[in-house]
Design a protein around this ligand. Structure first.
Ligand SMILES: Cc1cc2nc3c(=O)[nH]c(=O)nc-3n(C[C@H](O)[C@H](O)[C@H](O)COP(=O)(O)OP(=O)(O)OC[C@H]3O[C@@H](n4cnc5c(N)ncnc54)[C@H](O)[C@@H]3O)c2cc1C
Length: 447
């Protein structure tokens, strides 16, 4: 325990990655932390739960497949703090499949960065020579523009690609395929700054930063109670929703809970923006600038394996990603920015998924579907629209003892697990500065 932090008590509201990261950082710096989470499990939007709560022997599923890249330095740091990093399995290969089943593979080769993909890139089947030239020119433009231009928040990624004279094939089969899943937004609705950031940090800044990490256990196990044993100052209270963040005389006076009031020296809201607006309207945080973008996850269980691939991105169809969860029998499909599926009935989505999957994996036609489950996350992330970035609120608020975390705050990243952890570390830094002993928790990006 250090200096003034000893005895200081911080209440964190929200047990998603932002709140957990803030709690871990403050707990490691000697602050007493009490974290309130409304649901019975931790992890917020990045969590898992039993498919059927009445059947404890049935499958546990992630609310949706979550992946990270090696450039997620703060998320990996957070997993390290909880001794969970060995549960992330990194893949060096990206598989792209065309309807009909033709496979292309992208991985780093022997050449130094930024030429590390040259070998596999030239061999990609799904892009014509012309489209490859477009993409190569586009990537050079990313290198030039990312640190140089200050208008990238104002224009859409689609406009930037048109400005760089990218043809339809390069846009549809390469840029759109990567970025809609990475940012959870259509190219036309996504600020260019986020698209360039993905390619700069994930593909160009370091030779291994593109490697895709997939948790080898259900997400909630990454933050299990065991993992917190090394944080005796952190108390986690699941099933404990805050009803109001009470503000009087220009400061937070208490949290209103079901059983009464809870007071602390400082308060971190790690709530989604719409919840913060409801629980603390007097804080006057500008949340009406945000809108949501949905993600749909589709779980299919077959009576036999339908593929041996661990994962793949599926071209030219509604379904964008396939993840092999259990020897090719349990398949998880993901559709990002899935506005078209929001109103579609569950059975129609399953039929669509089966039809499309058969285009890539012919064995689906002869396999029997044993079970299917659709998860529509209508409020999956905020829409990373042009003009929004500089308006995202920072962790310090007009209320001196109230701090903000959450993937929607100005973390320097779009709405991702890395963005959420960064926001938690930034809020924790702001708390320590408030008490006069500033600490650094945020790790720098890979470049
Ligand atoms: C379907 C889907 C797929 C995704 N895929 C990826 C991916 O592959 N890679 C990636 O990096 N990111 C992905 N994301 C984004 C990522 O999950 C989020 O950006 C991140 O988890 C947000 O964390 P957070 O802590 O900011 O918010 P949340 O996870 O929403 O946490 C907020 C918490 O506050 C709690 N809460 C709400 N009200 C109260 C209350 N009154 N009192 C107490 N607690 C309350 C909620 O229960 C929740 O636990 C995906 C998101 C979704 C939905």
């Amino acid at each position: 325990m250090t200096g003034q932090s000893a005895g200081r008590h911080v209440a964190v509201v929200g047990g998603g990655l932002a709140g957990l990261a803030a709690a871990a950082a403050l707990g490691s710096a000697g602050y007493k932390v009490t974290l309130f989470e409304a649901r019975p499990f931790l992890g917020g939007r990045a969590t898992s739960y039993p498919l059927n709560s009445a059947d404890s022997t049935g499958p546990t599923i992630d609310n949706c497949q979550h992946v990270l890249l090696r450039c997620c330095t703060n998320l990996l740091d957070f997993y390290r703090r909880l001794h969970a990093e060995h549960r992330i399995h990194f893949s060096r290969e990206f598989y792209w499949i065309e309807p009909g089943g033709r496979l292309s593979l992208m991985r780093a080769g022997m050449l130094p960065r930024p030429l590390h993909f040259t070998g596999s890139f030239t061999k990609l089947h799904f892009l014509s020579v012309r489209a490859k030239v477009d993409v190569a020119r586009g990537l050079l433009a990313v290198r030039r523009d990312y640190h140089r231009r200050d208008d990238l928040d104002q224009i859409s990624m689609f406009d930037w690609l048109r400005e760089k004279r990218q043809g339809a094939e390069a846009i549809e089969r390469f840029w759109r395929q990567v970025l809609v899943s990475a940012i959870n937004e259509d190219l036309e609705r996504m600020a260019a700054v986020h698209g360039l950031q993905v390619f700069w940090l994930g593909f160009l800044a370091r030779g291994d930063s593109y490697q895709m990490g997939i948790p080898s256990v259900p997400l909630a196990q990454l933050y299990s109670a065991d993992a917190w044993r090394e944080y005796p100052l952190v108390e986690l209270r699941p099933r404990c929703p805050a009803q109001e963040i009470e503000i009087a005389g220009g400061e937070v006076t208490s949290l209103k809970l079901q059983g009464g009031l809870f007071t602390a020296d400082a308060y971190v809201s790690a709530l989604p923006f719409e919840k913060l607006a409801a629980l603390a309207p007097q804080a006057k945080v500008k949340t009406d600038i945000f809108t949501h973008s949905p993600i749909t996850g589709i779980h299919l269980w077959f009576d036999r394996p339908i593929t041996r691939l661990p994962h793949a991105t599926l071209l030219d169809r509604t379904i964008q990603w396939m993840f092999n969860k259990e020897g090719g029998r349990h398949i998880q499909l993901v559709v990002s920015a899935s506005r078209k599926l929001v109103e579609m009935p569950r059975q129609e989505i399953i039929d669509l998924a089966l039809r499309e999957l058969t285009d890539f994996f012919p064995d689906v036609a002869s396999a029997r579907l044993e079970r299917a489950h659709v998860v529509k996350e209508i409020r999956a992330t905020f829409s990373a629209a042009p003009g929004l970035e500089h308006q995202r609120p920072v962790s310090v608020t007009a209320i001196p003892n109230l701090f903000l975390a959450g993937d929607w705050t100005r973390s320097g990243w779009p709405a991702t697990m890395e963005g959420a952890v960064r926001s938690g570390y930034l809020a924790a830094e702001a708390v320590t500065a408030h008490f006069g002993e500033p600490k650094r928790f945020l790790l720098p990006d890979v470049a």
